[in-house]
Design a protein around this ligand. Structure first.
Ligand code: GDP
Length: 297
């Protein structure tokens, strides 16, 4: 049982309720106070914390204690299991199309790490799934974004489709998909425009690209360091465009990653990958049980 990583506070609460055969309401209440602190410290959305504590409390009260555990450990185990369940679910990281090319749209706010993640994802799909991706520069508002993607493509030796900044993103996406078909490139990853704030024009443009050919995946890239804000961003993008999964970036930083739990609970959309650094191989599939331990601190 991996309890070593837990904070001192949780460890000491575990110690408090030793030697009982059944867990009563008072034990659970005390422990849940600490769990609540841990989650809030990890920047989990308050509504999510409340909901979570309620579910776990109901499950924990009256449980017989497993022989191998103390009652405190058992409550923590329930907390960890429930966190893992909530963040888990679907196993496949990418849904590939039966009729290539698979189309993946990358959406997100500026600075979240969208363009970098586009490159990282192409790299991962090539390495792990033997795919031949095409990167598409559809952020025409920031000339630097097109250049950035081209540089990434060069570093990775992965082709980049671009039409400069004078052609509409929808047209670029349309031509890119046709190009991929001709060249037998089986995954098209579209780097769409990011904005500093969520606005109507951005959402409309994403909807237009989406309407062109139903993408197999729409991945929202969010900065895990933005904590509470990440939930609002995820909700807005999901409501307006519809997302199929989330990539949480910058988890190599010191954030506890509460955003993973909040986003999953609020949008019901799975976290698919996590960004663990600036390097192009620093993208990993999401592991809910690891994130659960990290969130508990
Ligand atoms: P975009 O505006 O969303 O396209 O963001 P960029 O891809 O340009 O990334 C913004 C900054 O975040 C860059 O300096 C990236 O190197 C950095 N970045 C992206 N992902 C990660 C990550 O997982 N960890 C860290 N430490 N930095 C990242």
């Amino acid at each position: 049982m991996a309890f070593e990583g837990l904070s001192e506070r949780l460890q000491s609460t575990i110690q408090k309720i030793k030697g009982k055969g059944k867990i009563n309401e008072q034990d659970v209440k005390e422990m849940m106070r600490e769990v609540r602190f841990a989650l809030i410290e990890a920047d989990v959305n308050l509504k999510v914390v409340k909901q979570f504590v309620k579910i776990v409390s109901e499950r924990a009260v009256g449980q017989d204690v497993m022989k191998s555990l103390t009652p405190g450990q058992q409550v923590i185990k329930i907390v960890q299991d429930e966190l893992t369940n909530l963040m888990g679910g679907e196993q496949s990281v990418v849904k590939f199309s039966q009729k290539p090319p698979t189309v993946i749209m990358m959406v997100g706010l500026q600075g979240a790490g969208k363009t970098t993640t586009t490159g990282k994802l192409a790299n991962l799909l090539r390495k792990k799934y033997n795919k031949n991706p095409l990167l598409v520069a559809a952020d025409v508002y920031r000339p630097a974004a097109v250049k950035q993607l081209e540089t990434l493509g060069k570093q990775l030796s992965i082709p980049v489709f671009q039409k400069g900044t004078d052609v509409s993103p929808v047209e670029i996406a349309r031509e890119a998909i046709a190009h991929a078909r001709e060249e037998h490139l089986d995954v098209v990853i579209i780097d769409t425009a990011g904005r500093l704030h969520i606005d109507e024009t951005l959402m409309q443009e994403l909807k237009d690209i989406r309407a062109l050919k139903e993408p197999d995946e729409v991945f929202l890239v969010v900065d895990a360091m933005t904590g509470q804000d990440a939930v609002n961003v995820a909700e807005s993008f999901d409501d307006a465009v519809g997302i199929t999964g989330v990539v949480l970036t910058k988890l190599d930083g010191d954030t506890r990653g509460g955003a993973a739990l909040s986003i999953r609970t609020v949008t019901q959309k799975p976290i698919k990958f996590i960004g663990m650094g600036e390097k192009l191989d620093a993208l990993e599939p999401f592991h809910p049980e690891r994130m659960a331990s990290r969130i508990l601190g």
